[in-house]
Write a protein that binds this ligand. Sequence first.
Ligand SMILES: Cc1ncc(COP(=O)(O)O)c(C=O)c1O
Length: 387
Amino acid sequence: MVKVADRLQGQQQSPLRAMTIRCQELGAINLAQGLSQVPPPPALLAEGTRDFEHLGHSYSAPEGLPGFREAVADKLKRHSGLSVDPATQVVATVGATGALMATLTALLDAGDGVLLFEPFYSYHLAALRMLQLSPEPVRLTGPGFETTEAALRAAITDKTRAMILCTPNNPTGRRLTAGELAAVSAVAEEYDLLVITDEVYADIYHGVTPHLAPASVGDLGDRTVTIASLGKTFSIPGWRVGYACGPPELMSRIRLAADALVVCAPVPLQELGIRALRLGDDYYQELRQMYERKRRILADGFMAAGLTPNTPEGSYYLYVDCSPMPVATGTEAAELLLERSLVGTVAGEAFYLDQPDRPYVRVCFSLPDEVLTEAADRIGRAGLTHG
Ligand SMILES: Cc1ncc(COP(=O)(O)O)c(C=O)c1O
């Protein structure tokens, strides 16, 4: 038997994938995986079909097409108030996942400690493990999931070199406030930490207050790499186009890593990505209205079931505390939901190194309204809180 690498030890098939397979077997509605089933902007598809032949089909520079980087810089300026030089501060990547891998590869060494806020997006942990970095959990507890300076400080070790933020957060839907980011900034400054911030849901915020980019707060921009994706904003996750941006001296290293990892992001899709990034404010307003409507449909189902879902400030997930159900863990809650309502969800356990503080499930609402209506109806009628 050929020896396999140690670095994947403990890495299992994602519980999300396992739930997807169970849903297929049972004919259940799958609200577990964050697979966007919302159609991309029709004009983008029409132009792509019409023009595909004439798009670039060779490699681009590792940092991406100049036009793509300019469109990213314009969008960041318009939406997050961030000023980045497209020539030296933006690298196009294979999704946000590619941006994270290139950033961790370029800026950290095996054995370095990385603060990871629990609950976390499970790929963040997987990426750390792949690169033999050491996850250092900062436990946040419901219902508020606030980040405090004390919790951050308590998690620091002599190995800590970086932290990963995620705002709006997957799974909690929380957005970091200016106060929380001031605490992050104070600790990062004191311990000279790299800050990596995953903002793939920046455009899907609920409520009137726009997204607050960590790199725009105080001096955080000097030590922050922002990673983002076109996948969520334009409902094209399969195109695998994202980007990283940050200080030029960090981005030149990330560019080298991105080149060695994958050469460049898909070129025809970078070109179509430029057109997507140039969509006007109406597009974003409609996107948020659509997700607000979808959120309500699903939340109503949980309320009818006697549960009180959270109200996410961003992202397309509900993170539901299932304490009123006759269960002790999120795993049991997800199982009961599947059995009684034929709806698949992800147990909160998927987002923690250890046991969560309550029995949570995460539920995705990036699906067609009629699917969400049917799921909400099933959830509402399933008698979930009965013993
Ligand atoms: C927080 C977060 N980051 C990154 C990703 C993946 O982004 P991409 O598909 O651009 O790699 C996801 C997808 O669900 C996510 O939820």
